[in-house]
Design a protein around this ligand. Structure first.
Ligand SMILES: [Zn+2]
Length: 267
């Protein structure tokens, strides 16, 4: 059935190209940020190092926060704390340079403090690249840092869309997410990674994360993003440990049902 697959792939690529052209015409360009200069305060921070060039797996997540992450007011990374730092000129230089590049350096102090506080919250999540609802694509962790969240999937890099599994993912969030996924692959290639990359949802690695990513992000983000990239493919059958493969309720090409049972070819 290889020819069927190749026709499906051609159709998907054509659709992806059409969408890319449409997006370019509309001029929606998510902002790319690198958060490396911000502190990480979680104990789950990376302890293991690896070579980004050796990575072969991208694990896709939703943050599972309905409506997306909010901003804390207090605490070491709260916006009030950041407001003090902004006023004292105590913002990391690489962050200031990026704000200037995106012409957000003249932003109202409070807005800037909120932005920094929000980024610090993202920074403590274990994903390497995150798409936000405000049109920001965040390079959140170094690819060489193994993070802790995706069980056996931690050998790969983590990509997350800031939504819950049951929310719709459209508009800016969807466009940002597709661009952020593309950026993650670019970062891997920039690090000398020449591997064929396999893409799987968190579900494939954990029974507790059965709904991660959920159908919406899988269909609206992962499939179109993968279709437009060379050397990147979804692994619909992957299951590790007590994880379950991508179910057909998410993906018409999947070979398993919600419970992880294989669906017979003539079903
Ligand atoms: Zn997850």
């Amino acid at each position: 059935m290889l020819w069927v697959r190749s026709i499906v792939e051609q159709v998907q690529r054509a659709a992806a190209l059409a969408e890319r052209q449409q997006r370019a015409a509309r001029g929606v360009q998510p902002r790319q940020w690198d958060l490396d200069a911000l502190p990480i305060r979680t104990r789950k921070a990376s302890t293991q190092r690896r070579q980004a060039a050796d990575i072969e797996l991208v694990v896709v997540h939703v943050t599972a926060v309905r409506g997306g992450f909010g901003v804390q007011r207090w605490g070491p990374e709260g916006w009030q704390t950041w407001l003090g730092r902004v006023r004292a000129g105590d913002v990391p230089a690489p962050i200031l340079a990026q704000l200037a590049r995106h012409e957000l350096d003249q932003q109202d102090e409070q807005e800037l403090a909120r932005r920094l506080a929000l980024w610090c919250r993202y920074r403590n999540t274990p994903y390497h690249q995150i798409a936000t609802r405000t049109g920001d694509s965040l390079a959140n962790r170094r690819l060489s840092e193994r993070s802790w969240h995706g069980n056996a999937g931690n050998v790969g890099v983590g990509f997350a869309v800031d939504c819950s599994p049951t929310e719709t993912c459209d508009g800016i969030l969807r466009q940002t997410a597709i661009a952020a996924f593309r950026r993650l692959v670019e970062r891997l290639r920039d690090a000398g990674n020449k591997h064929k990359l396999q893409v799987a949802p968190h579900r494939a690695f954990s029974a507790q994360r059965r709904g991660d990513t959920g159908r919406e992000v899988w269909r609206q983000v992962v499939r179109p993003a993968v279709a437009e990239l060379d050397g990147v493919d979804v692994d619909l059958d992957l299951r590790v440990g007590n994880g379950r493969p991508v179910p057909r309720s998410w993906d018409p090409q999947a070979n398993h049902d919600d419970r992880g049972r294989e669906i017979a070819a003539d079903d």
